[in-house]
Ligand binder design. Structure first.
Ligand SMILES: [Zn+2]
Ligand SMILES: [Zn+2]
Length: 401
């Protein structure tokens, strides 16, 4: 600040250091530790109505490292529920604008956008670096994906859902609590499997489905989500948490209540990686080379499991034609999915294990549709070892690397 500038002489530049402390009021809370918030690394999945409110709160609180993942661009109708977006931002990427606004709100926060489909294109290595994840996306498939990654890496996630004036906030805390899949009914699984069997078609439908939401309900639910995160970061202070429970809010009657979830011991989503081993491999590594590495490490019988299914071909049932196409499902556009002959939506042929006899071993992991900074697994029988594609880290983590 230039003290010679006219007008500035009326400012008292000799303020007490305490008054100059951005977090002075937080420090009055006896259990508060601002340094923990500053050091925390969190992932926000979705930069819509809930995501905006979450990111805003993280900025005010000084949560120091935030990765915001969203694939969409800002439309005019977003402006009624998105405190971080302005008219001038129309047409820009939600994740990028949210991160810029966050750093503007609090320059002590480092924010990194991820523009892409979180389910298919966000490398699992990202989760390995996080203390906590926020779910702010309204679809079952994204929740299953976040839940799986969080259990794999043993980190909690706080989910939010809103519709008109109702909302739910809930926290899932691995490894011993109930997980999101434990809460899924048979109908939920049926709907999820329907999506998987014709992933392209339903993805297009999902993008078209709009849920009516308000900024007021988003604010209530996101406030609870972030507050739970703050308490979690101080979990050694004996604060009660919403772990394995849901806060259900009805904005019409202003009723709220807590639901407690039950852990299902037969749930298949409770696997936690014992260890994630670093490698210098990345999306430029040929998949055959990664398989050889796994076999050197684990023996000649080992196979390579990818962390997700990738599309290797599109099949038209009507024309009985198969077109090879290596891509993550998140990268296959609806137009590409349609059969050029009959215009019907084709089914993707999915693959997630490399056994060594595939005709595409010289393709790179990236060419197969594996996202950068992902994790692959070597497997022999029941023995598994997990490896992160470290060569991509700087590219994906950006300012958080
Ligand atoms: Zn479960
Ligand atoms: Zn066809």
């Amino acid at each position: 600040m230039d003290a010679d500038e006219p007008g500035l002489d009326i400012l008292d530049l000799t303020v007490e250091p305490e008054d100059d402390d951005r977090y002075a009021r937080f420090r009055l809370i006896h259990w508060w530790d601002q340094q923990r918030l500053h050091e925390a690394r969190v992932l926000v999945v979705g930069a819509g109505a809930l995501g905006n409110e979450i990111v805003k709160q993280l900025g005010l609180l000084g949560v120091g490292h935030v990765l915001v993942a969203d694939m969409d661009i800002i439309e005019r109708s977003n402006l009624t529920r998105s405190v971080l977006f302005r008219e001038k931002d129309l047409g820009r990427r939600k994740a990028e604008v949210a991160c810029r606004a966050l750093e503007d709100l609090n320059p002590e926060v480092t924010a990194q956008p991820f523009v892409g489909n979180t389910v298919y294109d966000l490398g699992a290595g990202v989760y390995s670096e996080m203390d906590l994840v926020f779910g702010a996306l309204d679809n079952r498939e994204a929740r299953v994906s976040i839940n799986q990654h969080c259990w794999n890496h043993n980190i909690p996630w706080v989910d939010g859902a809103i519709e008109v004036m109702q909302g739910v906030a809930r926290m899932f805390l691995p490894p011993d609590g109930p997980c999101y899949e434990c809460t899924m009914s048979e109908l939920d699984y049926k709907l999820l499997n329907m999506r998987r069997s014709c992933a392209l078609l339903t993805r297009a439908e999902m993008l078209a489905g709009k849920v009516p939401t308000t900024p007021t309900t988003a604010s209530v639910i996101a406030g609870i989500q972030v507050q739970e995160a703050v308490k979690y970061l101080h979990r050694d202070r004996g604060l009660p948490l919403l772990d394995g429970k849901a806060f259900v809010f009805n904005g019409l009657s202003n009723d709220s209540y807590i639901v407690e979830y039950q852990r299902r011991e037969d749930c298949l989503a409770h696997y936690t990686y014992p260890e994630v081993c670093p490698t210098n491999f990345g999306s430029e590594t040929p998949v055959g080379e990664a398989l050889e590495f796994v076999r050197r490490e684990m023996g000649p019988e080992a196979v390579l499991d990818l962390s997700r299914e990738v599309c290797v071909a599109l099949r038209c049932k009507h024309c009985d034609e198969v077109q090879p196409l290596f891509r993550s499902l998140g990268q296959v556009t609806e137009a590409e999915g349609r059969c050029p002959t009959c215009e019907e939506m084709r089914e993707p042929e999915l693959m997630h294990t490399i056994e060594g006899d595939e005709p595409y071993l010289d393709k790179t992991l990236g060419q197969l549709g594996i996202p950068p900074y992902d994790i692959f697994t070597g497997r022999v029988g029941l023995e598994m070892k997990h490896y992160v594609m470290g060569a991509d880290r700087a590219e994906v983590m950006g300012k958080l690397a």
